[in-house]
Ligand binder design. Structure first.
Ligand SMILES: [Zn+2]
Length: 158
């Protein structure tokens, strides 16, 4: 059984990333999809201190996909977030974004850091940032002008 991933923000605050969402993002790191960067937004809900990710959008027609660049230009991502918000009567919303890197163990580029700073400047609530590489992933938690790396909890299933 695929396991959901849990990241610790601090103390008793967590980010929950379901295996099915992780698998969708991961599928863009290999094969022909892996030849250019991919990305989208994370849609989920804020539950107390926790962030539950429930779905992600995937690259859309107007997005820019290059070997070392993904630019989320298609309005469809934001529309998906608005649709989720409406359908859930205001609990499901944009909680973050993700993209891929053509490297085994990804680290954020200075462009990533700059883009993220712009996003968190406009948000009152925390935002999750995920980069998927070929073998590993990088996850960060953005709040009050800074993005800090968050670590995955060890898998507790037997
Ligand atoms: Zn990047």
């Amino acid at each position: 059984m695929p396991t959901d991933l849990i990241f610790r923000i601090s103390g008793d605050a967590f980010v929950l990333l379901p295996a099915k969402v992780y698998d969708v993002m991961k599928s863009f790191t290999s094969g022909s999809q892996g030849e250019t960067e991919a990305g989208g937004i994370l849609i989920g809900s804020y539950r107390g201190n926790h962030i539950h990710i429930h779905q992600c959008t995937v690259p859309l027609r107007k997005d820019l996909r290059k070997k070392y660049l993904f630019d989320r230009k298609d309005r469809g991502h934001q529309l998906a977030a608005m649709l989720a918000w409406t359908k859930s009567l205001g609990t499901e919303t944009f909680v973050g974004e993700w993209h891929t890197h053509p490297e085994d163990f990804p680290v954020p580029s200075s462009i990533d850091r700059g883009t993220w700073r712009e996003i968190i400047k406009r948000k009152e609530v925390p935002v999750v940032f995920v980069i998927l590489g070929r073998k590993g992933m990088w996850a960060g938690y953005g709040r009050r002008g800074e993005v800090v790396k968050i670590s995955m909890l060890p898998n507790e299933s037997p």
